[in-house]
Design a protein around this ligand. Sequence first.
Ligand code: ZN
Ligand code: ZN
Length: 419
Amino acid sequence: MALGGRAAVPEPPSFDPTAEALAAARRGSVRGLCPECFGRLFGRLGHGLANPERAALLAQRLEISLPPPTAPCPGCGDTFSRLPNWVDRAVRAVEGFEWHRFTCGSRWEPEVLAREENTWLETGTEWGESARAAFNREWGKAIEARTGAAGGPDRPDIVFLADLAVGRVEFTVLPLYVRGRYRKLDRTLPQTHWPCRRCQGRGCDTCQGTGKTYPTSVEELTGVPLVEATGAEGTRFHGMGREDIDARMLGRGRPFVLELVRPRSRTLDLPEMARQIGVRSQGRVEVDTLRFAEAPDVVRVKEAAPEKSYRVGVVGVVPVAKVNEALLLAQGRAIAQRTPTRVAHRRSDRVRARRIVAARVVDSSEGGFTLEIRTEAGTYVKEWVEGDDGRTDPSLSGLVGVPLKVGYLDVLEVHDSEG
Ligand SMILES: [Zn+2]
Ligand SMILES: [Zn+2]
């Protein structure tokens, strides 16, 4: 039975026990089980009935009246008759959190579950339903009825776990995901916060007690208004790649998903959040549109490998005609890039084949020129221009035969298909 949400056409109840089932029921009827546990011995027989209703129908067919259950019930230890308490515990546990969807689970003592399987064997039922599955479902239905929230496995805000032995409800608050594209208009901002290398974030003299290598980041500047509005405990920032700290991110911006950890509120005025990001970052970070996202969006953003376009200010004395000649040679061709030394601490040292899709000179002066270049994902543009002491081959510097240096670099576009 699907829990919540779906408006299925209700089937008429049906229950038609065979002679074997009735014989098993007769054996089960004398074990002092509560109506839920007795009926559940046949939980997978028929449909449209609650287990206590099955119990009543079986008693009718056997022409017996069920003996009053032993206290506590030898099947469930009265867990099912205490369902309202479990609903209270769940609702109380998450007071102060906003939630609309939830999932239920429970932790049972292994002996209880083993005893249940024994009962199935001893009575000879082939239709037993496990107490755990039944409890999770009935508890979920009762929470739905009490709160109006929707139970089920689909994108829960909260996961409840009943620890039956301890009599306590544990819960997990799932993150709230927001996605968008950011522009970074500042050449001193890292994308994510960098814990201070010396103190690992605890705070020391080097970082003046902040625990950070840089005062702030795109992650923090986009996250702060959302953290304040949701009461979240923190953020995780997932960008579709990243630009260097001293590179601006222009154009439509770079796709990202911001994960808000343990939010108390899930109601957000997203246009207002986007506005606040711009204002409160003093224009260092801009976000046009924010949308609610889901966990799979994180994977999609992390795994995408779109082409990128850059504008590069190059310093070097070389005739533009010669640069154009070199670009004609470079365009559409593969280059071999050995991991640059500047990123060797976080990337394995190997040679990657990359491609310059298109490149052209858009401006020039005596001491240099401006390049617009489109490359395959993962191309190290600075190294392609400068050569990186031969680790990138061919390089633009190598092709023109003159040492070149990148003065600045901006990302003009991330060519993904995100809306
Ligand atoms: Zn019971
Ligand atoms: Zn430090």
